[in-house]
Design a protein around this ligand. Structure first.
Ligand code: TYD
Length: 132
């Protein structure tokens, strides 16, 4: 199964400019409970470094670019997010890290659950053990 699951969003707009609409249970394939965004990441920083037991998320790079490492315990794949018309679907039990943020990068994340620290797996060895 491919780790990289990209959702292509339709660009709406006219001669005034562009618009993308994200709709829960339509082009975002789950009910929405939370939206958060990541910005101001300093050069060289790796963010994320965790997996979730249950949470489903869609990541969209609204401005700039960043790289996401995906790891399901068997395969690893890097995805460079560069455009605000594509979303990366991040399923549960996928270890992910974000890095190589361009200056001014804004990454918005849509999630199907509220923030819940007990849903996080923050230890890579524990994640690998759970994958077995
Ligand atoms: P963290 O998961 O460490 O993010 P990153 O690896 O991108 O830096 O989260 C940073 C802090 O924000 C941590 O204290 C948890 C908190 N947090 C919330 O309170 N709500 C949220 O929705 C998220 C994603 C994080």
């Amino acid at each position: 199964m491919a780790l990289k699951k990209i959702i292509q969003f339709k660009e709406l707009g006219d001669d005034q400019g562009w618009l993308v609409a994200l709709e829960a249970e339509r082009n975002v394939p789950f009910p929405l409970r939370r939206v958060y965004y990541i910005y101001g990441t300093r050069p060289g920083v790796h963010r994320g470094r965790h997996a979730h037991h249950k949470l489903r998320q869609v990541l969209v790079c609204l401005n700039g670019a960043c790289t996401i490492l995906l790891d399901d315990g068997r395969e690893r794949e890097e995805v460079r997010l560069t455009g605000n018309t594509e979303g990366l679907l991040l399923e549960p039990m996928v270890w992910h890290e974000m890095y190589d943020f361009s200056p001014g990068c804004v990454l918005i994340v849509l999630a199907d659950g509220w923030y819940d620290e007990s849903d996080y797996i923050r230890d890579y060895a524990a994640f690998k053990a759970l994958c077995r």
